[in-house]
Design a binder for this molecule. Structure first.
Ligand SMILES: [Zn+2]
Ligand SMILES: [Zn+2]
Length: 162
């Protein structure tokens, strides 16, 4: 479940409840939060500093590191080697075995990474790495989606036009 909130930035600023956006704790919050960026249709880059606690920062980075490592390095490198080898030796079995190993390996690494990130998460955590998503912005209005619904409601209330 998640909750979206559309709020108006006053003078380009948004208020963030002083709670971790993932688990909702008010303890051990990072001093300047974690940056959440989005490039608008006009090409402007917007950055918000979202509050996270230390332990949520840790599981978030562990989860993202795994995704970057598997998706950006291990799989492409292995596929490349498989293709080069198969062309070199004109071997289709090698190619298919390589591709299968790649799919299996990706599955395994993703699973292990998930276990590792999950081990760092608390029961109150809302997402391994993306408890908040920046959906859209138009004019001075910004729409976010929160997995932690309580946080989303507090955020919306805090930024209500009054
Ligand atoms: Zn937290
Ligand atoms: Zn968390």
């Amino acid at each position: 479940m998640s909750r979206s909130a559309t709020v108006l930035a006053k003078n380009g600023k948004l208020l963030w409840p002083h709670l971790c956006v993932c688990c909702g704790t008010s303890h051990d919050l990072l001093d300047s939060g974690e940056p959440l960026t989005r490039t608008t249709a006009m090409g402007n880059k917007l950055t918000w500093h979202v509050p996270y606690c230390l332990s949520c920062k840790a599981h978030r980075h562990a989860a993202r590191r795994g995704i970057v490592l598997v998706g950006g390095f291990v799989v492409p490198a292995f596929l490349f080697l498989t293709i080069v080898y198969a062309i070199q030796w004109q071997s289709w079995p090698t190619f298919f075995a390589g591709v299968s190993a790649c799919i299996g390996g990706t599955w395994l690494l993703t699973k292990l990474n998930k276990i590792k990130a999950n081990a760092l998460m608390h029961s109150t955590c809302s997402h391994p790495f993306a408890p908040i998503r920046y959906l859209s912005s138009s004019g001075g209005k910004h729409t976010f989606e929160f997995v932690n619904e309580t946080y989303g409601a507090a955020f919306e209330a805090m930024n209500k036009d009054s």
